[in-house]
Write a protein that binds this ligand. Structure first.
Ligand code: PEP
Ligand code: MG
Length: 308
């Protein structure tokens, strides 16, 4: 009888010919860690830190932040935890940042852009992450949301290193960043593609707008092409490129993402088993072939038909 690990249901992510693809979980707090463990996540690919900041009039203090980050780092001891700095604004407004009144919040001061006006919010958070890491010895990677330029990435990496943290990365959520992925990888250690926002900004379609769901389909060839640019840049630089948006949770799309050069997939824990199983039935060469078919397709339905 096959054990669960031997049948590809619990072990680390691999293609059928043994190419490793890290399968990671998205979490919002330590309360989500048991589900990640039950799904045999190899680590955390996106720790959204907004939860701690939501619905409050003032910023959480240093000690409170250290405690919240430490709980997740400790639970994941020895494994990778990619923690994202505060992603406020747009669909995640925060009262203490006074962002009301922006006519177009999705295009406003959100994500890392908040640090232009309130740099202390970022430095306080990085100091808390560094302290929590020091207490737990976890493999902590830090990334910023909503980065558009090399200058932003470079300033963020400097702040991360200044805080004593070893690994800085950026999310790819804006087409400009995907187009310049190779340049970004000269100043940061890794990329993580947020397909929810990358779709929104590539198709100029609000991610909350139901009637535009067809434009936000993760099989859109234009989206896949941008992901491919990031994957190629990662391969050339020998640096990790993950996907942590909803697209990573589609088991049919996972081999395509791997074929585009993506080295890790991070998703809600419940999606992990099906993605792990799907990967284990394709060779790395299959993945590259399917990726080429999907990118060459005229639309998402044809891409799914050709590669799904
Ligand atoms: C994304 O944009 O794809 C992402 C993972 O971040 P969030 O959904 O939290 O904006
Ligand atoms: Mg996002």
């Amino acid at each position: 009888r096959l054990t669960a690990a031997a049948s590809g249901l619990t072990g680390p992510g691999r293609t059928s010919d043994g190419y490793a693809v890290k399968l990671l979980a998205n979490v919002g707090s330590a309360r989500n860690v048991p589900a990640a463990d039950e799904a045999h996540a190899e680590g955390i690919g996106l720790f959204r830190t907004e939860l701690l900041f939501l619905d409050r009039a003032t910023e959480p203090g240093h000690g409170e932040q250290v405690a919240a980050y430490r709980d997740v780092f400790r639970a994941m001891a020895g494994r990778r935890v990619v923690i994202r700095t505060l992603d406020a604004g747009a669909d995640k407004p925060l009262p203490f940042l006074n962002q009301e009144g922006e006519p177009n919040p999705a295009l406003g001061v959100r994500g890392l852009r908040v640090a232009r006006q309130r740099p202390e919010v970022l430095t306080t958070q990085l100091a808390a992450i560094a302290e929590a890491r020091a207490e737990t010895g976890a493999d902590v990677w830090v990334m910023a949301p909503m980065v558009s330029t090399v200058a932003e990435a470079s300033a963020f990496a400097a702040a991360v290193h200044e805080a004593g943290l070893p690994r800085a990365g950026v999310m790819i959520e804006v087409p400009a960043a995907a187009l310049r992925a190779a340049d970004l990888l000269r100043v940061v250690d890794f990329l993580s593609i947020g397909t929810n926002d990358l779709s929104q900004y590539t198709f100029a379609a609000d991610r909350m707008c139901g009637p535009l769901a067809d434009l936000l389909d993760p099989w859109q060839p234009a989206l896949l092409q941008l992901i491919g640019l990031c994957g190629e840049a990662g391969r050339a630089a020998g640096r990790p490129v993950g996907v942590c948006g909803e697209a990573a949770a589609d088991p049919l799309l996972a081999p395509v993402l791997v074929g585009l050069g993506v080295t890790s997939l991070s998703m809600s824990p419940r999606a992990l088993p099906a993605v792990r199983a799907a990967l284990s039935t394709h060779t790395a060469e299959d993945c590259r072939r399917l990726a080429a078919l999907a990118v060459a397709a005229p639309g998402p339905a044809e891409a799914r038909e050709a590669a799904g």
